[in-house]
Design a protein around this ligand. Structure first.
Ligand code: PLP
Ligand code: COI
Length: 341
């Protein structure tokens, strides 16, 4: 199969239309058989539930070309599970896990020419999503839904790739206590847009959100969880029920313990402690592991000893091991790699 003529090494994190996408429709209480389509557009009523009341949830995962030329995805079962949790929280029907994995497989297979080659630094990002499409004007859940998956080849989420980024502490929250911070709902991202643009206008790459109840504990950024490394080499990651349970973070906790023999603490992390850490990184499907060099809290700077030029040594080891597993250079734990045949 010939690959598309794309400058793989210079891709950013942006949408490129690919050949095929998957769509399945929920109507009269059941999902239809689902199909691939070339039509990248959606036509809906002005009164569709998703437009009026933001009834939409989504996922993000990637397909990789391995060193030996296979195409694989990473733990798609966990995306299926998390989408089900997100859907249930917004009173949407669940798309069955086996069908989710089959749909991922079909989309990647149909767009194999868009899967970036091994070693290019790019990957194929898959965006499964689901939304209420019928007309709803009184506040209530839709009765008709679409589940879709499109894909787009992407490069690094943050410009500069592995260069450390700078965050500021946000005064605004992305989630409420007992709200929807722990699911992947579009509304959480809408909540983050204003403070994200303010951060950009002030010269920062992203926001660090603190817990919405007390503003004393570290939560996450708009699109990734935090990892810290203590001066004695322990990995620390915030635990909170208002952050997204990142699949990358859960995988890295396992990698840190089982592959690298590191001690890991998943616990509440007070902002007060952050200045004492040796390294900081953001982890997620899009972010992979992006090193953080500096965090600014209303003019007060926290500069990590790892600096602004490169990843700290422990974050680098985690990055190398995780990407090694994803690209087939390092043997994966059973069930982590789903090969597209
Ligand atoms: N936190 C938020 C708010 C996200 O949007 C994402 C991206 O999916 C993550 C964390 C990382 O999650 P994952 O590692 O499952 O991609
Ligand atoms: C992902 O990492 O898949 C996300 O959904 C994060 C988003 C900010 C692009």
């Amino acid at each position: 199969m010939d690959k598309k003529n794309i400058d793989w090494g210079n891709l950013g994190f942006a949408y490129i239309k690919t050949d095929k996408r998957y769509v399945s429709i929920w109507k009269d209480g059941a999902w239809d058989a689902g199909t691939l389509t070339e039509d990248a557009t959606i036509t809906m009523s002005e009164c569709a539930c998703v437009l009026q009341y933001a009834q939409t949830v989504f996922e993000g995962l990637k397909a990789y070309t391995t060193e030996d030329g296979r195409i694989v995805t990473f733990r798609p079962d966990l995306n299926a599970e998390r989408l089900a949790q997100s859907a249930a929280r917004l009173e949407m029907p669940v798309f069955p896990q086996e069908r989710f994995i089959e749909a991922v497989t079909e989309v990647v297979r149909a767009n194999a020419a868009f899967v970036p080659p091994y070693g290019s630094g790019a990957t194929l990002y898959l965006r499964p999503f689901m939304f209420g499409i019928n007309e709803v004007i009184g506040v209530k859940p839709a009765t008709e839904y679409q589940f879709r998956i499109f894909c787009t080849p992407v490069g690094p989420y943050f410009k500069g790739g592995a260069k450390p980024i700078t965050l500021r502490v946000s005064d605004l929250d992305r989630a409420a206590p007992h709200g929807t911070g722990n699911i992947k709902a579009g509304l959480n991202y809408a909540m983050s847009l204003h403070t994200l643009m303010e951060a950009h206008r002030a010269g920062y790459d992203e926001n660090m959100f603190l817990d919405p109840a007390t503003h004393t504990k570290v939560e996450e950024t708009g699109g990734a969880n935090f990892l810290f490394v203590t001066k004695d080499g322990k990995v620390v990651t915030p635990k909170s029920n208002s952050i997204l349970p990142s699949i990358t973070r859960r995988s890295l906790v396992y990698v840190a313990k089982e592959y690298l023999g590191l001690e890991v603490e998943e616990r509440e992390v007070f902002f007060e402690e952050v200045k004492d850490f040796a390294e900081c990184g953001l982890c997620g499907t899009a972010a992979v592991i992006s090193p953080v060099g500096k965090i600014v809290d209303h003019g007060k700077e926290i500069c990590f000893p790892s600096g602004m030029e490169k990843m700290g040594p422990t974050i680098q080891k985690l990055y190398d091991t995780l990407t090694g597993i994803q690209m087939g250079r390092i043997e994966a734990p059973a069930g982590w790699i789903h090969e597209i045949k």
